[in-house]
Design a protein around this ligand. Structure first.
Ligand code: ADP
Ligand code: MG
Length: 579
């Protein structure tokens, strides 16, 4: 393998460490040191294999990230919808896309309104308003509304397919992150080869000495000076740590995130679905203006059926539990941080129903009078989230309770212990509810009633103060905040593709205790890398000095050199058992 690569290298006129190692091995064979040559090749291949494995892993991670297009689409057929693979979609087919889902094909909207995140194409995650007849592209994210799309291109011809193709072509070259190592390796190799040549030629000429002894020493220098251990120090440690984290349900989308997470000084949590379980249940139904309890819940559930928000799921599941039949809805839309709306056909007539917070209702032109405000305040003081339900008038208030996650009460203290000075809560919920929850969890910094963009602003503020900030969230409304932070962390239970896409780290097990674990693992990885580099440098320096003074025989040089590479790898592998 090493020989094969050095051959490839020579063909491309590249002198790199592979060439160095191969020359050293051939040289060892030439002077009759077969065993040393063999050991050298074996150990070198071993460390090369490990390095390749690490690089392959990063490459396939990149590939997975590129795989933005969903594999299936919801095709409209006579009897409803059916999941089909995108490959069989034809031009003219109608597909249904719910909020929070990726768009599976290029096409034109035929029903519904929504906002779409096109950052895959533009790099900017600014939501774009889309209405009937607007074009949408496969791979962008449908943010707020349920839409029907007429497919305009087959899967192989979409704009995304073209981009993926371009990236694949670019990638078939070299892995760009490795260019520094290559650059260094080349200079270093040339230097060492020149040094070895001088060693072999100069002493015999000057001192009329033995050619055999000096070429032997020159070969030893070749072996000693190969920086294998240095090169493998970082990938070996990072790979082991990423593997360890993955087995505990923490997915890092790249080595840099793993190294960074241990250095954050402030952590901001979203409330609903992150600090709480995201399993809200309806506790109070408070009809106003003559509506009935059952009807109120039925109308709200109809609108929320299209939403993936925890509050929405709470309302729907409570309605189902009470055996209330959920009416049909059209043009269902959710507005992150505010609420949901849609046209509901109920008892023979269709009306637009809104479910959401004060902000949504005020923006829609409702006045919230004393009676409504009083009902909401009473519920909020009990730590419940109160949402309004309305049509042309306010029909009532529904209160939901969402219990905190099992570990939420200790999380603040455990994060302090691993070096995060500041813990805050960012939420779109009402201030009273947020403060009640924060007090229970021992979190002192609370920012409430935030819209998604305002969450991002709050994160920018934290960044100015603390420089390195992690944000943990679960909903589409957290995506801008996640993107603004040094490290964005998503709860794996998040049903929302947008968040999982934006995040740098995903907590698959939805378990908050993984967070201090990930930070400690990161800190240990950094320490391991420093140990590796120090050790590798010391060994090279010692062996070089030994060679210059002629005291080190080739077998010992091989053992010292490759032994240090192995020790570095072994030291890194310890991370696989990190607790
Ligand atoms: P958090 O930041 O705590 O996760 P969100 O930003 O998702 O909360 O929501 C903030 C507020 O917006 C909620 O407390 C609720 O009042 C309202 N809201 C958001 N989505 C919905 C929805 N689908 N139905 C009803 N209310 C909603
Ligand atoms: Mg949330």
């Amino acid at each position: 393998m090493a020989a094969q690569e050095s051959f490839d290298g020579l063909r491309a006129y590249r002198l790199d460490v592979n060439v160095l190692m191969t020359l050293a091995a051939i040289g060892a064979a030439m002077i009759g040191r077969w065993a040393e040559g063999g050991t050298l090749i074996f150990l070198f291949s071993l460390s090369n294999t490990l390095e390749h494995y690490a690089l392959e892993r990063t490459k396939s991670a990149v590939r997975a990230l590129m795989d933005l297009r969903p594999a299936e689409a919801r095709l409209q057929i006579a009897s409803g919808t059916k999941q089909v693979p995108v490959e069989i979609l034809n031009v003219g087919d109608l597909i249904l896309i719910k909020p929070g889902e990726k768009i599976p094909a290029d096409g034109q909207i035929t029903a519904g309104r929504t906002t779409v995140d096109r950052s895959t194409f533009t790099g900017e995650s600014i939501p774009v308003e889309c209405d009937v007849r607007d074009e949408v592209l496969a791979g962008s994210l449908n943010l707020s509304g349920q839409i029907t799309v007429r497919v305009s291109k087959r899967a192989a011809d979409t704009a995304l397919a073209a981009i993926i193709h371009r990236v694949e072509q670019a990638q078939s070259g070299r892995v760009p992150t490795n260019t520094f190592v290559q650059w260094f390796g080349q200079r270093y190799t040339i230097g060492v080869l020149a040094g070895a040549a001088l060693f072999a030629i100069v002493p015999p000429l000057l001192f009329d000495g033995a050619w055999r002894a000096s070429s032997y020493r020159s070969l030893t220098l070749l072996v000693v000076a190969s920086p294998c251990a240095l090169i493998i120090s970082t990938p070996a440690a990072v790979l082991s740590a990423i593997g360890r984290a993955a087995r505990r349900g923490v997915l890092f989308k790249g080595g840099s995130h793993l190294l960074a997470i241990g250095t954050v000084k402030a952590i901001a949590f979203d409330k609903t679905g992150t600090l709480t379980q995201g399993r809200a249940t309806v506790t109070d139904i408070h009809p106003l203006n003559g509506a009935g309890q059952q009807d109120l819940l039925a109308l709200a559930a109809a609108v929320e059926a299209a939403s993936t928000h925890p509050l929405a799921q709470g309302i729907v599941s409570t309605a189902l539990k009470k055996d209330i039949s959920i009416p049909a809805v059209e043009n269902a839309t959710t507005i992150p941080g505010l609420g949901a709306s849609g046209n509901v056909t109920f008892k023979g007539s269709s009306q637009r129903i809104l479910v959401g917070n004060r902000r949504m209702f005020t923006a829609e032109g409702f006045t919230i009078d004393g009676v409504v405000e009083e009902a909401m305040q009473r519920l909020e003081e009990e730590g419940k989230t109160a949402v309004l339900v309305g049509s042309d008038r306010i029909l009532g208030v529904i209160a939901l309770e969402d219990p905190p996650r099992p570990l939420a009460t200790e999380i603040s203290q455990r994060l302090h212990e691993v070096g995060a000075h500041s813990i805050s809560m960012l939420t779109g919920d009402h201030r009273r509810v947020a403060v009640a929850m924060a007090q229970r969890l021992g979190i002192d910094n609370v920012r409430a009633e935030l819209l998604p963009e305002e969450k991002a602003d709050a994160v920018m503020e934290l960044m100015r103060e603390h420089r390195r900030v992690a944000v943990v969230g679960d909903g589409v409304n957290d995506a801008p905040a996640l993107a603004s932070a040094t490290i964005g962390i998503a709860m794996g239970g998040a049903k929302n593709d947008v968040v999982l896409e934006t995040a740098d780290v995903v907590l698959m097990s939805d378990d908050l205790s993984r967070l201090p674990f990930a930070m400690r693992l990161s800190q240990r990885t950094r320490r391991t890398i420093v140990q590796n580099l120090t050790f590798a440098l010391i060994v090279i320096a010692l062996l070089l000095v030994g060679t210059f003074y002629g005291k080190i025989p080739l077998p010992l040089a091989v053992v010292g050199h490759e032994g240090s590479t192995l020790l570095v790898v072994l030291n890194s592998l310890r991370l696989l058992w990190f607790r």
